[in-house]
Design a protein around this ligand. Sequence first.
Ligand code: ADP
Ligand code: MG
Length: 164
Amino acid sequence: MNPLISPAGTLCALVGPPGSGKSTFAARYPNSWRVSLDTYRCLATDSEADQSATPVAVQIQTLLLDARLSRSLPVLVDSTNVYPNVRAGLIARARYWQRPAVAVLFDIPLAMVEAQNACRDRVVPSHIVREHHQLLPTTDQLHAEGFVSVHLASELTATAGALR
Ligand SMILES: Nc1ncnc2c1ncn2[C@@H]1O[C@H](COP(=O)(O)OP(=O)(O)O)[C@@H](O)[C@H]1O
Ligand SMILES: [Mg+2]
């Protein structure tokens, strides 16, 4: 049984800076499971990076979260989720629908994130990558916030075959 999506209707928050491998990880799962602020900013403005569209992207993401969690369908939140208030918003939706929230922490060393960012479709400015990397929470913090389990991406990718 895959711990990321069991029981049914689990909200799985990916937590990591740009370039840490979140979207690559999410691509292992059906596309319909994935919600992403980058995607909705792009749909609204033709630019994933246009932060003026973040409020509308959050609205779209919340509508989809509610639609899926209310049906006990899995959701993968493929955004950086490095700010505690953002994670609190996700936990609140999971609690509202009485669904569990789990996290995958992209505990990737900064040098590797910077190298991967350089290969990304859209290269994010390096100071933003560094800022987001510094904001990475610990597993204890994530547990304290209400995530029922926390998985390290470094361990999951090492056992990738066990996930599907
Ligand atoms: N485990 C990995 N090993 C090597 N390269 C990876 C790995 N995960 C992601 N990448 C590469 O790193 C880059 C950034 O990955 P991406 O999934 O877009 O990160 P994010 O969604 O966190 O910004 C991509 O070019 C991707 O192919
Ligand atoms: Mg991504």
